[in-house]
Design a protein around this ligand. Structure first.
Ligand SMILES: [Zn+2]
Length: 439
């Protein structure tokens, strides 16, 4: 038969070699392939070699075959199973402690993995880097959820626990993350994220939101690491404050503005619900004036146009006879205004006046409570104005928190959550993935 012209000179044309190149596994010979089913079945064995006993070194005797079926990468668009026909060996020395074993090759598959090595790496990158769901990747490979998840956790852990993933950190932030609602009562399970809030890198997550997890974590990093931290950002949480007091006493603590404003909004919501209950005797209903403005209330004032603001004022007048919700709304806006001040002395002056005003006994209890919180945290709150001026960490922190929260959604196992969050927001060195072999 004539052959096409202009074929490159260095093409491999030996059919057996072509097949081995396409299969792409080291030192295997292809026994056969079945392409009749929707899933390709590819049968291979390792090239024959003489093997010594791993314990005594005596030449091993062939004992038989064991077929292991592994989920592999798709082959030309079709899901594929690799049937690895493994040799069983026995030691020829009857006195040897090792009696028999099965051949291994981590270049084909890591021990106890239901997936080939190359499919495991690919799945880890799809899920960890491209943020695809485990279910979606499993569907593509036509295998079950656990097979993909096991691979992501085992390759992923090796990648995120690389000691070179982060070095010295000058701005460290702690924040709580809700990662699951468990069981039929939707009990919330929390974790604490530990981040380099200047670099926007998630360093780790630890279980719970008490001082214990982050305290131990900082202790494990060592004195030099702790001494390098200049800024320590936190929400308005007592436990995190005590972690910083104890572990990084030299750092300037900064209350995250996002959480300060969130706290003011929570107080406003409390006031609205209380007044609603007191005036109408029931919890919010669709037609209640205060219920209708519950979202408008927490919106930033400058983001309301005139007609919307008019509606807000009208409904407030209707549902808030003593002006308590309105007073709390003004308090919230005053807290927001704190962040319009550019420098620390002005901000300090403003917050001190705010604290004094809020303490007035005529104020609703929510406003007085807000004032006491501001008083307890005023140093940390105004410190933001210094950290912000020095190209502060806040924005990076908030973006990071959003990313972590997105990655955290709906995990039932802390271990899964930690790996996925760190693969996604922890800036692992993806070039190391090629060299990782899970143990
Ligand atoms: Zn032996």
């Amino acid at each position: 038969m004539p052959r096409p012209r202009n074929l490159p000179a260095d093409l491999e044309t030996d059919p057996k070699k072509v097949l081995e190149l396409l299969v792409g596994l080291p030192e295997v010979s292809v026994l056969g392939v079945d392409c009749t089913a929707p899933v390709v079945d590819l049968h291979v064995e390792k090239l024959a070699e003489s093997v010594g006993c791993p314990t005594c070194g005596v030449m091993a005797q062939f004992k038989g075959w064991r077929e292991v079926v592994l989920v592999d990468l798709q082959a030309f668009g079709k899901p594929t199973r690799l049937h690895w026909h493994k040799r069983r060996w026995r030691c020829a020395d009857a006195d040897c402690a090792t009696r028999s074993w099965t051949e291994q090759d981590t270049r084909i598959a890591a021990p106890r993995m239901a997936m080939t090595d190359r499919a495991g790496r690919w799945a880890t990158e799809q899920v960890g880097r491209c943020a695809r769901s485990v279910a979606e990747v499993a569907k593509e490979l036509v295998c079950d959820w656990h097979t993909v998840n096991d691979a992501v956790v085992r390759y992923g852990e090796a990648l995120v626990d690389d000691p070179a993933r982060f070095g010295a950190v000058s701005a460290l932030g702690l924040d709580e993350v809700l990662f699951v609602r468990r069981g039929s009562f939707h009990t919330k399970a929390f974790a604490t994220s530990i981040a380099d809030v200047r670099a926007g890198q998630l360093l780790d997550v630890v279980p719970g939101r008490s001082a214990r997890g982050p305290g131990q974590w900082l202790y494990d990093q060592g004195l030099e690491f702790c001494a390098g931290i200049e800024w320590a950002t936190l929400d308005l949480s007592g436990p995190y404050r005590s972690v910083f007091d104890a572990m990084v006493p030299g750092a300037t603590q900064v209350a995250d503005p996002f959480h300060v404003v969130k706290h003011a909004n929570a107080k406003l919501d409390e006031a609205r619900r209380r007044v609603q209950n007191e005036t109408l005797g029931h919890r919010g209903r669709k037609s209640d004036p205060l219920y209708r403005i519950r979202r408008l209330l927490t919106k930033a004032d400058e983001r309301l146009d005139d007609s919307v603001r008019e509606r807000l004022v009208g409904l407030l007048r209707a549902g808030d006879p003593r002006g308590e919700v309105a007073a709390t709304w003004h308090a919230k806006e005053a807290v927001r205004e704190l962040y319009a001040h550019g420098d620390e002395p002005t901000a300090r002056h403003w917050i001190e006046r705010l604290i004094a005003d809020m303490a007035d006994r005529d104020n609703p209890i929510e406003v007085r409570s807000l004032g006491r919180t501001l008083d307890r945290w005023k140093d940390q709150i105004v410190a933001w104005h210094r950290s912000h001026v020095s190209n502060g960490p806040t924005e990076a922190a908030n973006n990071l928190i959003k990313r972590v929260k997105r990655a955290a959604f709906g995990f039932t196992s802390f271990r899964n959550f930690r790996v996925r969050a760190l693969l996604y927001a922890g800036k692992p060195n993806w070039s190391l993935l090629e060299a990782i072999t899970p143990v």
